[in-house]
Design a protein around this ligand. Structure first.
Ligand code: ATP
Ligand code: MG
Length: 599
């Protein structure tokens, strides 16, 4: 599987306009494809309105020349035509903008939806090797950049091309000599403009990255706001944020300086060249070289149009480079392999899952390859058995649960359920038969009811209430004025740890899984609630395979089997009594210690 380091997102490489880059940008067009008719409609109006705009200087010149013709009729006719041109252009412009907006909005929505639905299907390995806040702000920054590209850049580019090509063609008809004179000046400006454009693009890209980095600080600290406050680290975080945002000022101002120079340069060269053209044109008129005053006026207007378009083109180039950078980030994410890809074509059908077996399983986290978390784990949990995993903190207990859920791939050995490797099963089918009450319960920001219902979307109110009762959660839920509709706050912070845990248990009960993993499920409960939840769990564990991870050994005395894990290996296996009988056993020692503490 391809793998990215965080650094690839923090410091996006400069994107040259390469064949590869353009190819990826073109891939973006597959997202526009469903809107192609609307797009061509918009394009049609765009071309029309650009062409009509080209007629405008022509008529203005004619109008000026007609001053000498003494025919009021002709003057009025040209004036009227001009008015009609303006109206037509107004109508065309409306449709162009509206149609392009449709294309842009629908394309971006599709892009957002595709990215999101791809993102949530990516394996856990992806998420543990990326900073989520950064990923999030990067994606939204990239998508808004593409929005700009679609709405304004492309349209402007087409407009500018038409103006430049059409304008020059018309100019040669007015005066070839003057056109050649003008063209001798403009390319010089264009080349210098390009040099500026490249530099400015680099600056704005750096600023963009810095903004993304400062957003990451906001997001991460707000998510862990209680930590920030508890450690009184507000000043530290403010300083950290201030530094980053100050860096944004530096970079942006440096960019602004160059942008300012760029604009000054364009103004200078534009007015300079226009003055030059007028000077040369006037001398041609003066010498009677077949050009009228009106013709000169037309010429100047066209030159202004063309010069504006050419300077806009430099901007287009830098916009395209930015868009390529943004597309590449998005495409990198879209190129990540989702976790269910390459699955068994004919997965075994699942009626009810039973026996879990770990055979010589080895594992290290993909983000930290040098640390072996599981060395050689072998154990079996027979159908309907309750097996406890115990061991010191960091021994790898939670990791074993994660492997069973196929959050990560083991680096060695095999995990099977009912004698079939877990990889053979259909991933979501497999997971739908399992449930976990995690060590750290994080709820969704909605209501209690929504959070319980997550175990079985579409469950009836009655089922949800029953599950809450069984988890011993009903009592505190009914104590809230809003009951089941109580909002739990961001990630569940408006509930206590024990309340959150019972909601997670209710969710698992509602799911009615074949295999249940309880990761320290009663760790945040007081003695009385723990007893009640234990009772609930005993009922819950009936008729299903259960793996209980516990620190408090009192809760697992009556497990069918206790597996002691230490340093990535299974050290002891047996019932409570058997393990206590082991001379100098780890379990025996742990037990003795805990009797002191909790006894
Ligand atoms: N996402 C991760 N990336 C890298 N290393 C990890 C990751 N999650 C856990 N680890 C490491 O793997 C080891 C085992 O962690 P695990 O969470 O399985 O321990 P545990 O037995 O559940 O501990 P505890 O009793 O404290 O919950 C630890 O050393 C931990 O630092
Ligand atoms: Mg754990």
């Amino acid at each position: 599987m391809r793998h990215h380091h965080d650094t690839s997102l923090r410091e996006p490489p400069k994107k040259k306009v390469t064949k590869e880059g353009v190819k990826r940008l073109l891939r973006l067009f597959s997202f526009i494809k469903p809107q192609r008719y609307t797009f061509f409609g918009g394009l049609f109006f765009l071309v029309l309105s650009s062409l009509v705009t080209l007629v405008f200087p022509m008529l203005m010149g004619d109008l000026l020349d007609s001053a000498q013709s003494k025919s009021l009729d002709k003057i009025n006719r040209i004036g009227l035509t001009l008015m009609i041109i303006f109206v037509i252009n107004a109508v065309f412009s409306f449709f162009r903008i509206y149609l392009f907006a449709i294309v842009t909005q629908k394309t971006l929505a599709l892009l957002r939806q595709t990215t999101y639905s791809h993102l949530i299907k990516l394996p856990m390995a992806f998420f543990s090797s990326h900073r989520i806040g950064e990923l999030n702000s990067r994606i939204s920054a990239d998508i808004s950049l593409l929005q700009e590209t679609f709405t304004t850049t492309i349209a402007q580019f087409i407009r500018q091309i038409i103006t430049i090509v059409g304008g020059i063609v018309i100019l040669t008809f007015i005066s070839l000599q003057l056109t050649l004179f003008m063209l001798a000046i403009v390319p010089v400006i264009a080349i210098v403009a390009r040099f500026f454009g490249t530099y400015i693009r680099k600056m704005s890209r750096e600023a963009q990255t810095k903004v993304a980095e400062s957003n990451t600080i906001v997001e991460e600290t707000l998510q862990a706001i209680a930590n920030v406050k508890a450690f009184a680290n507000e000043a530290f975080e403010m300083l950290r944020y201030k530094r980053k945002t100050d860096e944004v000022i530096d970079i942006s101002l440096k960019g602004a300086k160059w942008r300012g120079l760029f604009v000054s340069f364009i103004f200078l060269s534009m007015f300079g060249s226009i003055a030059g053209v007028i000077w040369y044109g006037v001398s041609l008129v003066n010498q009677g070289e077949g050009i009228t005053t009106g013709g000169l006026f037309k010429f100047v207007l066209y030159t202004v149009f063309i010069a504006g378009s050419i300077s806009g083109m430099a901007d287009f180039y830098s916009q395209i480079q930015k868009a390529i950078g943004a597309t590449e980030n998005l495409m990198d994410i879209l190129d990540e392999v989702p976790e269910s890809i390459g699955e068994n074509e004919n997965p075994p059908t699942i009626d009810k899952l039973g026996t879990v077996r770990f055979k010589k399983v080895g594992f290290n986290y993909p983000g930290r390859k040098e640390v072996v978390v599981l060395k050689d784990i072998s154990f079996e949990v027979s159908k309907g058995e309750k097996v406890a995993l115990v061991g010191p903190s960091g021994a790898g207990k939670t990791t074993i649960g994660a492997l069973l859920f196929r959050f990560y791939q083991p680096t060695g050995g095999e995990i099977s359920i009912d004698s079939k490797p877990i990889d053979d099963y259909d991933l979501s089918e497999l997971r739908s038969h399992m449930a976990i009450v995690p060590q750290e319960v994080i709820l969704f920001g909605g209501t209690i009811k929504e959070n319980i219902e997550y175990g079985k979307p579409g469950a009836t109110d009655e089922e949800i209430r029953l599950a809450a009762e069984k988890a011993n959660a009903w009592e505190f839920i009914s104590g809230f004025p809003e009951g089941m509709n109580t909002i739990v706050g961001d990630r569940g912070i408006q509930l206590s740890g024990g309340q959150r845990q019972r909601i997670a248990i209710a969710r698992a009960i509602l799911r009615d899984p074949d295999i249940l993993i309880l990761d320290e499920a009663t760790s945040s409960l007081d003695a009385e609630s723990e007893r009640l939840v234990q009772e609930a769990l005993q009922v819950l564990m009936q008729n299903r395979t259960s793996i209980i991870i516990a620190h408090r050994l009192s809760t697992i005395r009556n497990a069918d089997k206790i597996i002691v894990i230490d340093k990535g290996e299974v050290r002891e296996t047996g019932t409570h009594e058997e393990l206590l009988a082991l001379e100098d056993g780890i379990y025996k020692n742990l037990n003795a210690l805990q009797i002191d503490v909790f006894g």
